[in-house]
Design a protein around this ligand. Structure first.
Ligand code: PHE
Length: 346
């Protein structure tokens, strides 16, 4: 009987099944009701009492080892079987990789830039960390203007005590790019300036401390308010559809005179009034105005010879109006379920 036990133990150790079915067959042969182990138990009943203790221990050890080995083989062959199953059907379509899509802000920014490029505008860019001159002083902001205040502007701490290191800040608008362009070149100037801007605003559904703007500048001889109005009307029709109309309301910016706020007819209700336009039929889309002669002179452009207009808009806002997005924070959350709704060639 000892021999039989040892022989079975050797079989258990040497067993190398090819698949899970073989393991099951082996389990039935050894541990099954009519299996080897139960046969041994039957024989064990007849064994002399003085041998029972030693033999009993041996049978128990065999049983434990066989159970352990079979479970091991089952689990390793079981998982291997899943892997084999996955490629069993070679015709099964694979899991499609998810295509990336452009961010809605990039799509709308590109559309805006593309429309103005048809009018001969080229893209100009500039630094996000700017100095006071290019963001405020050259743009005719009085020293006491509230936009210079800590409330609105993020100032950059100086890393150096050298007196010639200027006051640095994060640009609050991309008008700074226009100043740089005017300093660099003489008219005619026709540029659009897309970029990120920063303002110390509480984050809400309609405001963020980081957002995107596209501003524009056109300077030449004899540029009039009518030229500005027509350019903006063309832009509004291209972006919001042929039936779009615009209206201008008087406004104030330190760097333009006269200045206006531009509204476009609400594209959702066709001007009849709806919750998006708050019943007015109009949506505010940008600020604009004739460049103040002080601004031209500050950048070395002869204001007697040249005139021009400038405009600026927030890309998040335009994208909200175009797509009916109600919460601006969605643009920053990177939720692919949101971002995947805006695919576009641009
Ligand atoms: N720079 C202005 C802003 O950020 C927008 C603007 C640009 C207004 C040009 C008029 C002319 O709000």
């Amino acid at each position: 009987m000892v021999n039989k036990i040892e022989e079975l133990l050797a079989q258990v150790e040497a067993f190398e099944p090819k698949n899970a079915a073989e393991v099951e067959e082996f389990r039935i042969k050894i541990l099954g009701k009519k299996g080897e182990l139960n046969a041994l138990m039957e024989e064990f009943k007849k064994v002399a009492p003085e041998l029972k203790r030693e033999l009993g221990q041996k049978i128990n050890a065999l049983k434990n080892r066989a159970t352990e080995r079979i479970n091991e083989l089952k689990s390793s062959l079981g998982s291997a079987k899943i892997k084999v199953d996955a490629i069993d059907d070679m015709t099964r379509p694979g899991a499609a990789p998810m295509d990336g899509t452009r961010h809605p802000i990039s799509i709308v920014k590109n559309q805006i830039v593309e429309i103005f490029s048809r009018l001969g505008y080229t893209v100009a860019e500039g630094p996000e960390i700017e100095d006071d001159w290019h963001v405020f002083s050259a743009l005719n902001f009085p020293l006491s203007h509230p936009a210079r205040d800590m409330q609105d502007t993020f100032f950059v701490e100086k890393q150096s005590n050298e007196p010639n290191v200027k006051d640095l800040l994060l640009r609050t608008h991309t008008s700074s790019i226009q100043v740089r362009a005017m300093e660099r070149q003489q008219p005619p100037i026709r540029i659009v300036c897309p970029g990120r801007v920063f303002r110390n605003e509480a984050i809400s559904y309609r405001a963020h401390c980081i957002f995107h703007q596209v501003e524009g500048l056109f300077i030449d001889e004899n540029v009039s308010f009518a030229d500005m109005k027509q350019s903006i009307l063309y832009f509004a029709k291209e972006l919001f559809g042929e039936s779009a109309t615009i209206r201008m309301r008087p406004s104030y910016f330190p760097f333009t005179e006269p200045s206006a706020e531009v509204d476009v007819s609400c594209n959702l209700c066709g001007g009849k009034g709806c919750p998006v336009c708050k019943g007015t039929g109009w949506l505010e889309i940008m600020g604009c105005g004739m460049v103040d002669p002080n601004v031209l002179e500050a950048s070395g452009i002869d204001s007697k010879k040249y005139s021009g207009f400038a405009f600026g808009m927030g890309v998040e806002r335009i994208a909200m109006l175009k797509y009916g997005v109600k919460d601006l924070r969605l643009y920053f959350e990177n939720d692919v379920r949101f971002l995947h709704q805006f695919d576009s060639a641009l």
